[in-house]
Ligand binder design. Structure first.
Ligand SMILES: Nc1ncnc2c1ncn2[C@@H]1O[C@H](COP(=O)(O)OP(=O)(O)OP(=O)(O)O)[C@@H](O)[C@H]1O
Length: 564
């Protein structure tokens, strides 16, 4: 027995994760110190004054003074100005070059792409520090030379990411739809490519910032960056060697601390991978209770779900939903678009999005199989279906089904096993649905939740899918929840035992299909039925088509017979 209860309210979401908020605060303090302190400090503190040379930290020179009498706090602030300018300049320039090269490689055709990618490989193959040393040696002592050198040696990763991201976006269905709608190339770039690439370019800038600070410090420390009289973290650390011999530890300690703080804060700015809201998995927690005997395959008790709306406030999507699915039975979940059907399916499968607030419970005696609304999302597009089915069989604890093969699974869902050697996009809509059902069945679920398994299919194939689910429920003795808009198909064939009608997140009718579909109590169900029975799809149900698309008859279907 597994029970899913999430009664806890989640804390309101913060604008920024705490780690990045701390990084922003630290950086703001560093920038304020770097810019503000040289202006606020007494005028003479930045100049040479042998009378105050080598003073230890104390009042009024809190960080002490160096061997020429410069106040260390002012020198460190000036050095931070240089480091921040070099870091920001080189990171922005490298990202800019990378974006231009990556986008040009995508837009310029195969030859330009090959040429630019070979150039990218060549630049990436040169050791960064060595290349930077050569460029800086030609223009010694110039901040501009440092920025140019760092930018010229650090753009290749950005170019590669931008090229890959642009290729992915250009191959996507929404760009194809925009092309068909007549979008010009410039509009495609503005609407689709730039928003996708902007995030990666921004990330590249953030990652490059601390890297550039270290490079600048290293070069100046080695004496090939900025001249010694120019304050930079690298030159201050290099000059501190002599002070250290005289016991003036502060000459090394404060520039080093500034270097660690500024690079640490910049590194913390980069986003980390997240597992869910504030690092927690969005999957539900299950509680096992073997003593309780559950007669149903799935039970939902008083489930209330709130999802975050765009303004961040929770919005009620499901309210106090209670229903059950019997083993071997089919429950059809119907309702208008936006009623909350998919949210209920997601709650049963533990797929609610981060930030969802849940009350009530979902009780399952075993595992749950999920057939997603878009069957293609059940598969990795770059791998054959066979490998993915085999993987699903291998990872599942299948008990008595342990010896089943991919072919058995395909035959069970009425899919020609030969079709499993194709990529997902080489299957028709109906074939892909069957393959997605096969993946869900591979784990031998106690309950199968199929979200709109008939969406986009003609009446015949849609009916065949509903009949397949009916047969699976009976043969396997599992509970099936089928979400559908297709009330016409439900009324034509005996495909559901019970029907639950959702309206605006509330259950407005629940009962035997033979009653609800013939003599509904709720006026809303009557409206839904009337609309469905007058739709074109009802008229299109042709017994001959239905027969031809029956699971057994579907074997051997060709790719060209796409039905969606
Ligand atoms: N991730 C989400 N965050 C916030 N709101 C969401 C999210 N997903 C869905 N919603 C909202 O929840 C409500 C119910 O959506 P749901 O997808 O469950 O409806 P549905 O009945 O399955 O609709 P359809 O039949 O069109 O698929 C909708 O108003 C939708 O805008």
């Amino acid at each position: 027995m597994r029970e899913y209860v999430t009664p806890r309210r989640q804390a309101p979401r913060l604008l920024l994760p705490p780690r990045r908020a701390v990084a922003m605060l630290l950086l703001a303090l560093v920038v304020a110190y770097a810019i503000g302190w040289p202006l606020l400090a007494p005028a003479g503190w930045a100049g040479t004054d042998y009378l105050r040379a080598g003073l230890a930290p104390g009042w009024p020179h809190l960080m002490g003074t160096d061997s020429l009498g410069h106040d260390t706090s002012v020198r460190v602030a000036q050095a931070l100005q240089v480091s921040l300018a070099v870091a920001a300049g080189s990171a922005l320039a490298a990202a800019g070059i990378g974006v231009v090269v990556g986008a040009a490689a995508c837009a310029g055709g195969a030859r330009v792409d090959a040429l630019l990618m070979r150039l990218t490989d060549a630049v990436a193959a040169v050791p960064h520090l060595l290349a930077t040393v050569v460029v800086v040696a030609l223009f010694r002592g110039s901040i501009t030379a440092l920025v140019v050198a760092l930018a010229l040696t650090h753009w290749p990763p950005v170019a590669r990411i931008v090229r890959a991201e642009t290729q992915k976006v250009m191959a996507s269905g929404y760009v194809a739809a925009s092309r068909v709608a007549g979008f010009s190339p410039a509009r495609l770039v503005r609407h689709h490519v730039l928003p996708a690439v902007a995030g990666q370019a921004g990330l590249a800038v953030v990652v490059m910032l601390p890297h550039a600070v270290w490079h600048e410090s290293t070069l100046s420390f080695l004496g090939i960056g900025l001249p010694p009289e120019e304050a930079s973290l690298g030159t201050l650390i290099a000059l501190s060697r002599e002070d250290l011999l005289l016991g003036r530890w502060w000459a090394l300690a404060f520039p080093s601390a500034a270097l660690i703080v500024v690079t640490g804060a910049m590194a913390l700015l980069a986003p980390a991978g997240r597992r869910g809201p504030r690092g927690r998995s969005p999957l539900p927690r299950y509680r096992y209770d073997d003593d309780e005997v559950l007669t149903q395959a799935l039970r939902v008790d008083g489930l209330t779900v709130q999802l975050p709306s765009p303004d961040g406030r929770p919005r009620s999507v499901l309210a106090d939903v209670t229903l059950a699915v019997h083993a071997g039975g089919v429950l059809a979940l119907v309702g208008e678009s936006g009623a909350g059907k998919s949210t209920l399916a997601d709650a049963c499968c533990g797929l609610l999005p981060p930030g969802a607030q849940v009350r009530g419970r979902v009780v399952l005696p075993g595992t749950v199989g999920h057939v997603p609304q878009s069957a293609a999302t059940a598969f990795t597009p770059t791998r054959h279906v066979r490998g993915q089915l085999a993987e699903a069989l291998a990872v599942a604890d299948r008990g008595p089904d342990a010896r089943r093969s991919v072919a058995d699974l395909c035959l069970e869902v009425g899919l020609d096993p030969a079709l499993a050697d194709r990529y997902p996009h080489q299957l028709s809509g109906g074939q892909l649905r069957r393959a997605a059902i096969a993946v869900a069945l591979a784990i031998t679920p106690a309950v199968l939740v199929a979200d709109e398994p008939t969406a986009g299919l003609d009446a015949g194939p849609a009916l065949a899918i509903l009949r397949l689910l009916r047969r699976l429920a009976a043969e396997r003795g599992i509970g099936v929840v089928v979400i559908t808009h297709d009330l016409a198909a439900l009324t034509v064939a005996d495909t559901a035992d019970e029907v639950a009608v959702l309206r605006a997140g509330r259950l407005c009718e629940l009962g035997a299909a033979s009653r609800v579909l013939v003599d509904p109590e709720s006026p809303y169900t009557r409206e839904l039925l009337a609309a469905a029975l007058h739709s074109e799809s009802t008229a299109a149900v042709d017994p001959a088509v239905d027969q031809a698309t029956d699971p057994a008859a579907n074997l051997g279907a060709t790719v060209g017979s796409s039905s969606s």
